[in-house]
Design a protein around this ligand. Structure first.
Ligand code: GUN
Ligand code: FE
Length: 471
């Protein structure tokens, strides 16, 4: 293949394409063709076209098609799928994945998290960690990430630069916190926190003025770490700039009790604390939302704020089981987050399968077994793509394979069990998913969700640019 990292060529993709049609339904396009222009925008989708026919009848109709057009053909059994959207993760915490012992949120922050984040004020260390986290998440098919960096301005700006050069779509958040943290890892005042936040916003907007790939995001860490004056400033900033906001909410019972004691005026409502300061906007991403009350969820819904469901994290640091069906039934948009390193894995696929399992635990805990609280394979894949796109406010641009959307896509390949000779030849990398050829496409997708990993993510594009290729 002559495929390059250059974004400037028209591309034609041929083969099987799968994406979410609705929350409960995937659409399968076989022998289809998708044309992508030099800007990375999908300009044509030709479903159910005989491949041979596509080459002779569809191609000449695409007037922009030239000798220069790159043609990428999925092998039989492979499929194109929208890139994953990780709606909540801490780029700075990547070195700690898997390290949480028996801790819960507040002691986990003090023991594992704050010391690591503080150490990333060393730019060489930040460079190493941030390049690695981008490479790793891309290799797992994450084409868009809503990142928390640290309180450090140069290191946060470096994360933005690295996302731009690696080609990963990202929201870049400088962490704001002026209380709760150790003295060596705190903004000294609300004013300092605001100034530094504006510096990071400015940096992103200078590097990518139209926010084509990277977007600044206002990031009050969570209510216990932010004074009232700081949250008030950040709420005003959100209003003035119309930029997105991300924070944590109602993750852990001790955290909720702490918020109630710090903000007695909020009537025991964590959501109300954020709302008092104008931080519940339609562009706000609320991570976790495990223990929201009915009233809080109604407020979140009314403000049209979004939820990032982080099941791996919620199980790992024993925060609880977020009731996704209940949130969805209320009409709240939900996406998936790995929440590295509260979560132990950089993989959104892992978060998707864990979301399935947590939904089953909710059924069991309530003494039921046959219950619509269970999330299906189709539903968690929706949350990982279309749902995530809504959560980051980009549903018109990413999350599906439609004309006008951008080509943020992963090519997935499962291991086709052949005859022994072929296997000895090497051929396809094995991975963990064996398909025998008799499975339906629905079954192949289910096998991918339950047993797939980065070995199945063969190629990844963002805005039509090849950003990862498995060798
Ligand atoms: N709440 C405040 N900070 C954090 C964090 O870094 N991770 C998680 N999971 N929750 C938080
Ligand atoms: Fe988090």
């Amino acid at each position: 293949s002559t495929e390059t990292k250059s974004p400037s060529r028209n591309k034609l993709f041929l083969g099987t394409f799968i994406h979410s049609k609705t929350l409960t339904e995937l659409e399968y396009l076989h022998n289809a063709a998708v044309a992508v222009n030099s800007l990375g925008t999908i300009v044509a989708v030709s479903p159910d076209t005989d491949l041979a026919k596509a080459q002779t009848t569809i191609l000449p109709q695409l007037s922009w098609l030239s000798e220069d057009t790159e043609i990428i053909v999925a092998k039989p059994g492979q499929f194109f799928f929208p890139g994953f959207i990780d709606t909540h993760l801490h780029a700075s915490q990547y070195p700690n994945v898997g390290l949480f012992g028996n801790s819960t949120l507040l002691d986990w922050l003090n023991t594992y998290t704050f010391p690591l984040e503080a150490s990333l004020s060393s730019l060489p260390k930040a460079q190493k960690v941030y390049s690695r986290v981008i490479r790793k998440t891309l290799s797992h098919g994450t084409t868009t990430a809503a990142y928390y960096a640290t309180i450090d301005v140069p290191a946060t700006n470096l994360l933005a630069d690295l996302c731009l050069s690696s080609g990963q779509r990202a929201l870049i958040g400088r962490v704001c916190m002026d209380q709760l943290g150790p003295s060596y890892y705190l903004d000294e005042s609300p004013a300092e926190s605001l100034t530094k936040t504006k510096q990071c916003i400015e940096h992103v907007l200078t590097k990518d003025p139209k926010m084509e790939l990277i977007t600044p995001i206002i990031t009050p860490r969570f209510a216990p770490a932010c004074s009232a004056p700081l949250m008030k400033e950040l709420g005003q900033l959100a209003k003035e700039t119309d930029l997105p906001v991300q924070t944590h909410i109602s993750e852990n019972k001790n955290e909720i009790a702490l918020v109630a004691s710090l903000f007695p005026d909020a009537g025991d409502s964590y959501a109300e604390v954020y709302d008092m300061f104008g931080l519940l906007t339609p562009k706000t991403i609320l991570a976790h939302a495990v223990h929201l009350t009915e009233k809080e969820a109604d407020l979140v819904r009314e403000r049209r704020s979004k939820v990032s469901h982080c099941p791996c994290s919620n199980s790992a640091i024993t925060s609880g089981a977020a009731r996704v069906r209940w949130l969805l039934d209320k009409g709240i948009e939900v996406g998936l987050g790995t929440d590295m390193s509260g979560g132990y894995s950089p993989s959104v696929l892992e978060a998707a399968r864990h979301a399935v399992l947590v939904s089953r635990h909710i059924c069991m805990d309530e003494g039921r077994s046959e219950e619509r609280d269970k999330l299906s394979v189709e539903e968690v894949l929706y949350l990982a793509t279309r749902g995530g796109a809504k959560v980051v406010g980009m549903e018109r641009k990413i999350g599906g394979l439609e004309v006008g959307m951008e080509w943020d896509v992963q090519l997935v390949g499962l291991h086709e069990v052949g005859d022994e000779e072929e296997e000895e030849d090497g051929g396809e990398e094995e991975g963990n998913v064996d398909v025998f050829g008799w499975e339906s496409w629905e079954e192949k997708v289910a096998k991918w969700v339950y047993n797939g990993d980065d070995r199945n993510t063969k190629k990844v594009w963002v805005r039509g640019r090849l950003v990862h290729e498995r060798r």
